[in-house]
Write a protein of this length. Structure first.
Length: 67
């Protein structure tokens, strides 16, 4: 019985460590995602400003060659 309890405790320790590591990974990925979304928003705003200053690009309304 003691051996089973020791095995369960050992597995629990490994699972707790794995959960902490996964939590760190998720937190890091969320930060990266937030930065990417902010950059995307800035670029979208910059593009909108350029289009309002100079008009849409020449290729914005052209149909692709396969049409």
């Amino acid at each position: 019985m003691a051996e089973r309890l020791d095995a369960i405790e050992e597995k629990l320790v490994h699972l707790e460590r794995a959960v902490l590591e996964l939590s760190d990974v998720v937190a890091r990925q969320q930060k990266e995602l937030d930065r990417a979304l902010e950059r995307n928003q800035r670029l979208t705003e910059k593009l909108a400003a350029l289009e309002s200053d100079y008009g849409p690009s020449a290729t914005a309304h052209e149909k692709p060659p396969h049409y």
